[in-house]
Design a protein around this ligand. Structure first.
Ligand SMILES: Cc1ncc(C[n+]2csc(CCOP(=O)(O)OP(=O)(O)O)c2C)c(N)n1
Ligand SMILES: [Mg+2]
Length: 302
């Protein structure tokens, strides 16, 4: 989304840096914040892309992409300070997709906000495409971290959040983790480090869809009480309905006010959300819809 405020900062070097920083808040960097109704339509559009992309590729991860659609919509269309014309702008807020298998969703948001042509989405998982099955920060504009091996994104995000402190920049870092991903020990080492170093420009969002690769998280590894765990690791912790855009935006706003510790947002969601036969169906964690299933899904998402 074009950032008028940002252009002003660059074109006006005489403005005091402090004033410029104070003005460059996320909300002001967005030309015109969308209404919740308009955001809902964007989320639906992202879901349609996820179905079309994975169906065309014949593989991919629709379930965990669909469950995070509102989280990504809130961030990319109404919250992040970013500039698709300049993906490496040093003052951009960072979004790190730690659950890298949800790449189709991230690509859809990046295309819809202008990082690359929407038509490119349908090259998902093709040889030489910039739309690989898992994210690659060296090839895809807007992708902050190469991912796919779960458990690493929080550590990586602490690094870039601390870099902001060293570089005296005011960007913020948002990282999306899966709830199954929270089985990884590295997540909890990172959680301890983030509160130890008081990394308050960091927000971890956990997509609590209650499923992972083989089924229910309760059966594979019961991480409950998940919110209590984050709290006990020193994080300001908020629970939201991860499909309610107003709740997600309110939590992101609340996180900005928190000083001296990082914030965790536990977003309760449904895996496969939006497509009746995919919802809570572990089969669609890592299987693409057939052409017929895609047709049915797209009808439901009209
Ligand atoms: C280190 C590592 N171990 C295992 C896998 C295989 N794997 C891919 S997705 C997945 C389940 C992830 O579940 P969750 O984090 O809950 O993601 P979501 O439900 O949001 O799709 C697993 C185990 C992996 N990618 N990386
Ligand atoms: Mg999950």
């Amino acid at each position: 989304m074009p950032s008028k405020k940002r252009r002003t900062i660059r074109a006006n070097p005489s403005a005091s840096a402090a004033k410029a920083r104070a003005e460059a808040t996320s909300s002001q960097a967005i030309a015109k914040p969308l209404t919740v109704e308009a955001l809902k339509e964007r989320a639906k559009k992202l879901r349609r892309h996820i179905i079309a992309m994975t169906a065309r590729a014949g593989s991919g991860h629709p379930g965990g992409s669909l469950s995070s659609a509102e989280i990504i919509t809130a961030l990319y269309f109404n919250f992040l300070r970013h500039d698709p014309r300049d993906p490496r702008w040093p003052d951009r807020d960072r979004f790190v997709l730690s659950k890298g298998h949800a790449a189709p969703l991230l690509y859809a948001a990046l295309a819809e906000t202008g990082y690359f042509p929407v038509e490119e989405l349908l090259t998902l998982r093709k040889l030489d495409s910039r739309m690989q099955g898992h994210t690659d920060m060296t090839t895809t504009p807007g992708v902050e971290m190469s991912a796919g091996s779960l458990g690493q994104g929080l550590s990586f995000s602490i690094g870039i959040a601390l870099a902001a402190r060293l570089d005296r920049r005011d960007y913020r870092v948002y990282v999306l983790l899966g709830d199954g991903e929270c089985d990884e020990g590295q997540v909890w080492e990172a959680a301890m480090a983030a509160s130890h170093y008081k990394v308050d420009n960091l927000v971890a969002i956990v997509d609590r869809n209650q499923q992972q690769i083989d089924g229910w998280t309760y059966d594979v590894m019961d991480t409950e009480p998940l919110a209590e765990k984050w709290r006990s690791f020193g994080w300001h912790t908020i629970e939201v309905d991860g499909h309610e855009l107003a709740q997600i935006l309110a939590a992101l706003d609340e996180a900005k006010q928190v000083k001296g510790r990082p914030t965790a947002i536990i977003a309760h969601t449904t895996k496969g959300k939006g497509v009746s036969f995919m919802e809570n169906n572990p089969e669609f964690h890592g299987r693409a819809p057939t052409p017929e299933e895609a047709e049915r899904a797209l009808k439901e998402l009209e």
